[in-house]
Design a protein around this ligand. Structure first.
Ligand code: NAP
Length: 490
């Protein structure tokens, strides 16, 4: 498969280590597949522990000079990188759509989001201030420095192939850290295309490397990343299961960890909600990226008084969504990422039907075939359904009915996850009560859209540790150093 790019040089199929484009030591490669067609897009190096170790050692060397640059100098490089991404957004989006499947317009929006982290964190780098603290003794002075944590590693998933790597790399680099990144097996090309631009804008060799591998290689790459004592921090986005494993591995050398893990977002619609707002939000929170986001509305809880009108509008919405390959300009949702993803969605829908759910629209593979799934609306949902307890990661909305506000909040909280929750109401007292009652890291109020570089993205409970975006995202890559000065007399 050949992609039409204005700048074909952005399409790279080698990994990027210590400022060089390289193959695996073994020379082995794996295929990157277009989920819309099943065609092979590229062969990419299958790397393991040895290549990862070299990237980490290069990151250690590079960090010495990188951290010494003025914040303003690092900011300039990051700003140039953001600008370069925006200038090449069409091509970057083409590469992203080819490997991930989302509509090209949505991919372009992801590129803008991905670039925004370099812009934002470059600016924030200039505002890393320390503290002075009034001392308890007359000759003492207490000064607290903020310093880069050191060499860091990032592991990212396939659902946002550009934004997840940049959401990690940008704060790391802004803080003066270096990073070795491992993108997902399905989507390594987007991260590599950003590296072409990073090289062009003058990012020094070794500051950011990208190591590639397939699912079989991931434990070897991850094993080296989490055991190598040079590495001081792991930032991981992916499933809760793998996050737990990596956190355990990091315990042996007490690495700092940031984990952005799975969610099981409740979407609460109260009687007094504005239905137009709710439906607009559903398009984003449920159907964007074919429902394959960690903050996808997974449990739709709707109050009695608005339930029937909501269901009617949802049927209209789902019936009108255009499902098509991402390069079709009419596409609103593309395919699911792969067969395993399709099997999971089919299993969840099958389970819902078996337990008495009523499928009003969709319910199966779309006429486009392969892994395209029809937007699906199911009513009568219950908390013992599979899709109430696990991320479905598909364009399927299962609607629960409720009458009592407090009971709905308890239901919303009855999960080990705590990433995002959505609530819709025009009653400010209720909005406060619900926001305070919901055990989630992020609450979307009368909107389906919460992702921005300026806000702290992240979860609680088994959805993770730490925040990405905002000044808190930078804090995660900084350490405190306390200077206790004595002898200030006179
Ligand atoms: P995943 O299976 O956990 O994979 C994520 C990354 O971890 C991939 O790069 C994968 O490599 C790697 N990996 C898997 N096993 C590993 C191991 N033993 N050692 C080291 N690395 C390993 O998750 P996914 O299916 O790609 O992504 C979907 C999940 O990500 C969902 O649960 C979603 O909610 C979550 N997510 C969370 C956020 C957030 O901000 N909270 C954002 C996006 C996605 P390979 O691809 O090579 O196997």
């Amino acid at each position: 498969m050949t992609l039409t790019l204005s700048d074909p040089d952005l399409f790279r199929t080698q990994a990027y280590i210590d400022g060089k484009w390289v193959d695996a030591d073994s020379g082995e490669t794996f295929a990157v597949i277009d989920p819309a067609t099943g065609e092979e897009i590229a062969q990419v190096p299958r790397m393991g522990a040895a290549e990862t170790r070299r990237a980490i050692e290069a990151a250690e060397r590079a960090q010495v000079g990188w951290r010494k640059l003025l914040a303003k100098e690092r900011a300039k490089i990051l700003r140039d990188l953001a600008d370069a991404m925006l200038a090449n957004a069409d091509d970057l989006a083409t590469i992203l759509t080819a490997e991930q499947g989302k509509p090209h317009a949505e991919a372009k929006a992801e590129i803008a989001y991905a670039a925004s982290f370099f812009e934002w964190f470059g600016e924030e780098a200039k505002r890393v201030s320390g503290e002075t603290i009034p001392a308890p003794m007359p000759d003492r002075r207490i000064v607290v420095l903020r310093e880069p944590i050191g060499v860091t590693v990032g592991i990212t998933p396939w659902n946002f192939p550009s934004a997840m790597p940049t959401r990690k790399a940008a704060p790391a680099l802004a803080a003066g850290c270096s990073m070795v990144l491992k993108p997902a097996e399905q989507t390594p090309l987007s991260a590599l295309s950003v590296m072409v631009l990073a090289e062009r804008v003058g990012l020094p060799a070794g500051v950011l490397s990208v190591v590639t591998g397939d699912a079989e290689d991931a434990p070897k790459i991850g094993g080296e990343m989490t055991s190598n004592p040079i590495v001081r921090k792991l930032s991981f986005t992916g499933s809760t299961e793998v996050g737990k494993l990596l956190m355990g591995q990091c315990a042996k050398t007490i690495k700092k960890v940031s984990l952005e893990l799975g969610g099981n977002a409740p979407f609460l619609v109260f009687d007094d909600a504005d239905l137009d707002d709710v439906i607009a939000a559903m398009m984003v929170a449920k159907f964007r990226n074919s429902g394959q986001t960690c903050i996808s509305a997974n449990r739709v809880l709707v109050q009695d008084g608005i339930h029937d009108a909501f269901v009617e509008r949802m049927v209209e919405l789902a019936s009108g969504i255009t499902v098509a390959p991402g390069f079709d300009p009419a596409a609103q949702i593309g395919p699911l990422i792969d067969q395993a993803a399709l099997d999971k969605v089919l299993a969840h829908v099958g389970d819902a039907v078996e337990r008495g759910g009523d499928v009003l629209v969709g319910g199966g593979i779309h006429e486009q075939g392969r892994t395209f799934f029809s937007p699906t609306i199911i009513t009568g949902a219950d908390m013992d359904w599979q899709m109430s307890n696990e991320e479905t990661f598909g364009p399927v909305a299962a609607i629960h009915r409720f009458s009592d506000e407090a009971a709905a909040i308890r239901t919303a909280n009855a999960t080990p996850f705590g990433l995002a929750a959505y609530l819709f109401s025009q009653d400010h007292a209720r909005i406060w009560r619900a926001s305070e009652g919901l055990e989630y890291g992020m609450i979307a109020i009368n909107t389906g859209f919460i992702s921005t570089e300026v806000a702290p993205f992240g979860g609680i409970k088994e959805s993770g540790i730490g925040r990405e975006g905002s000044q808190h995202g930078l804090d995660d890559f900084l350490e405190y150093k306390y200077l206790a000065w004595a002898g200030v007399r006179g």
